[in-house]
Write a protein that binds this ligand. Structure first.
Ligand SMILES: *Cc1c(COP(=O)(O)O)cnc(C)c1O
Length: 417
């Protein structure tokens, strides 16, 4: 296995050291094969909002497995999860399940191109929409972590239709819409795809009015607005960032929490757009394991809990995450360590910079060497942060007062050191 991993950031290249080898996980903790117990702040990169091995999800997976792991045919589990998604996301009138967030985003972009008959796609620097060819231009996550401009193996002809603009800069979007018109003044831009709250360059909030501005500009030019809520969906609120900021997109992509830890994604939105998909329309999209019964069951058990306990879940996450993020920010001030703390709900990042972080360029002012040393010291104290300055940290409902205390103690020593 190249680098010993199935996904690059897991290899700890950006922070140094050797990643622990996980034996099992429960609640807020990862247990490695050497007998160490780590407090987990990456939650499988987002999915584990209710903690690891959440009993109702485990039970749902057991029951589904006994009925058959995959059918390759329609079944009621798909309808169950679809109904739960549509309760949370009123903008989703139709949806289709995939097996990953990458597929959801790749398919949503293809659908936008097919529906509009246009080629160009606007994305933003530092945003990650999975590893499909067209989306690996100035991408966040591992691409940002490893400091590579994109990826080898992608023809310029493929990348040339992806316009990567700075996040939080409406003027740049306006200028792109002005520039990309045909001789008759018809826009050539099929869609704008955005992480409404960025997580894959570290956590970055949208400036006031930014998402509203994207909504207005796309509507004016007949382009679709795709909110990539693979990370933020069910995390920032039950209805994701679109509920939090009051934005109605044309399409939404989901993943991570949606599958309760099993491989799952979805894209959905306006009925007229979604009905351009095969077999109803000309845009092809498929998947042998799409709508997998185990993934549907784990996702439904997770969403059902989030819906039934939404008040307690989201206010609890807010309080716990605020205590951790702000607590460490205060300790950094005491220790004289430059740190900018960005937090929205249960997503946060401690950037080792004295600049406000509002886009990828300002995130990149962070002292990544210093982040690496901090990460190492926290690992020594058995607190496992995401192994990159450019990845959001996550808190689960299994994190409580004991975990807050443990994190602050570890951070105090690490920041002093
Ligand atoms: C994780 C992520 C993806 C990719 O999802 P995978 O399941 O890893 O393919 C896409 N978009 C965003 C915003 C993500 O955070």
């Amino acid at each position: 296995m190249p680098g010993g991993v199935d996904s690059p950031v897991r290899a700890f290249r950006a922070v140094g050291g050797h990643p622990p080898f996980v034996d099992h996980a429960a609640g807020a903790y990862l247990y490695d094969v050497d007998g160490n117990r780590y407090l987990d702040f990456f939650g499988s990169w987002g999915p584990m909002i209710l903690g690891h091995a959440f009993p109702p999800a485990v039970e749902a997976i057991h029951q589904a497995a006994a009925r058959g792991a995959s059918f390759g045919a329609s079944h009621a589990g798909e309808g169950d999860l679809a109904e739960l998604v549509m309760r949370c996301f009123p903008s989703v009138e139709r949806l289709r399940f995939t097996s990953s967030g990458t597929e959801a985003c790749m398919s949503a972009v293809r659908l936008a191109r097919g529906f509009t008959g246009r080629n160009f796609v606007i994305k933003f620097e530092g945003c990650y929409h999975g590893h499909s060819d067209a989306m690996l231009v100035k991408a966040g996550s591992g691409v940002a972590t490893l400091g590579i401009p994109g990826s080898a193996g992608i023809p310029v002809e493929t990348a040339q239709h992806t316009l990567a603009l700075p996040y939080n800069d409406l003027g740049a979007v306006q200028a792109a819409f002005d520039a990309y018109q045909d001789a008759n003044g018809v826009s050539q831009i099929a869609c704008v795809i955005v992480e409404p709250v960025v997580g894959n360059a570290g956590t970055i909030a949208p400036a006031p009015g930014y998402l509203q501005g994207l909504r207005r500009l796309t509507a004016e030019h007949g382009a679709l607005l795709i909110l990539d809520e693979v990370m933020t969906g069910f995390r920032l609120s039950l209805g994701g960032a679109q509920q939090l900021y009051g934005i109605t997109p044309d399409l939404t992509t989901l993943g991570k929490i949606l599958g309760g830890g099993l491989p799952c994604g979805a894209f959905g939105g306006r009925a007229d757009v979604m009905e351009s998909l095969a077999p109803l329309g000309p845009v092809y999209q498929a998947g042998t394991l799409s709508g997998n019964p185990l993934a549907m069951a784990a996702g439904a058990a997770t969403l059902r809990h989030l819906i039934e306990h939404q008040g307690a879940v989201y206010s609890g996450l807010e309080d716990t995450t605020a205590a951790i993020a702000n607590g460490v920010a205060a300790l950094a001030r005491e220790a004289g360590v430059a740190m900018t703390t960005n937090r929205i709900g249960s997503m946060f990042t401690w950037f080792f910079t004295d600049q406000p972080v509002t886009d990828f360029a300002s995130a990149a002012t962070s002292d990544t060497q210093r982040f690496g040393r901090f990460h190492h010291a926290m690992m020594e104290a058995e607190v496992w942060l995401p192994p990159s300055q450019f990845e959001a940290a996550f808190v689960s409902t299994a994190h409580g007062p004991a975990e807050v205390e443990r994190t602050l103690e570890a951070a105090k020593a690490a920041l002093r050191a």
